[in-house]
Design a protein around this ligand. Structure first.
Ligand SMILES: [Zn+2]
Length: 139
């Protein structure tokens, strides 16, 4: 039986940063996980890593931004937790033309993810390394 080894958070974070610094954009958490794992296994071939852990650690890296591509679903569903970071969510309310309070969507208290009721299911995540140039062109 092959032994598996869990790389430390700091090492994974450092490796994720290296991967994204080189590529600037990675288009899914599975890609980011496999690219990161490939680098980690150069240090120790027994290392294992899950896409879920990668996503969780990315949230701790300020220079990396997670963007979610959402899939429109037509049924209204109740959102229990943030689909990006698993954090606590709050409901967003607004007023309709009759001045009645209506439920418009959800926002995450942790990472700032916002969505309306119809589009909160992320299809995939995009990880972007924030470079100085990128910041310059952002409004
Ligand atoms: Zn969140």
């Amino acid at each position: 039986m092959a032994t598996r080894k869990i790389p430390k958070d700091e090492l994974v974070i450092k490796t994720i940063k290296n991967v994204l610094k080189r590529r600037i954009v990675v288009h899914s958490q599975y890609d980011l996980c496999s690219l990161t794992l490939r680098e980690l296994r150069r240090i120790d071939p027994r290392y294992v890593l899950s896409p879920r852990r990668v996503k969780k650690l990315v949230l701790k890296i300020p220079v990396i931004e997670i963007r979610a591509k959402t899939k429109r679903i037509l049924k209204k569903k109740k959102l229990q937790e943030c689909p990006i970071c698993g954090g606590e969510i709050r409901k967003i309310f607004g007023k309709n033309l009759l001045n009645e309070k209506i439920h418009l969507g959800y926002a995450c208290k942790v990472c700032g993810f916002r969505t309306d009721l119809k589009s909160f299911v992320p299809r995939r995540y995009i990880f972007v390394f924030k470079t100085i140039d990128d910041r310059k062109y952002r409004s």
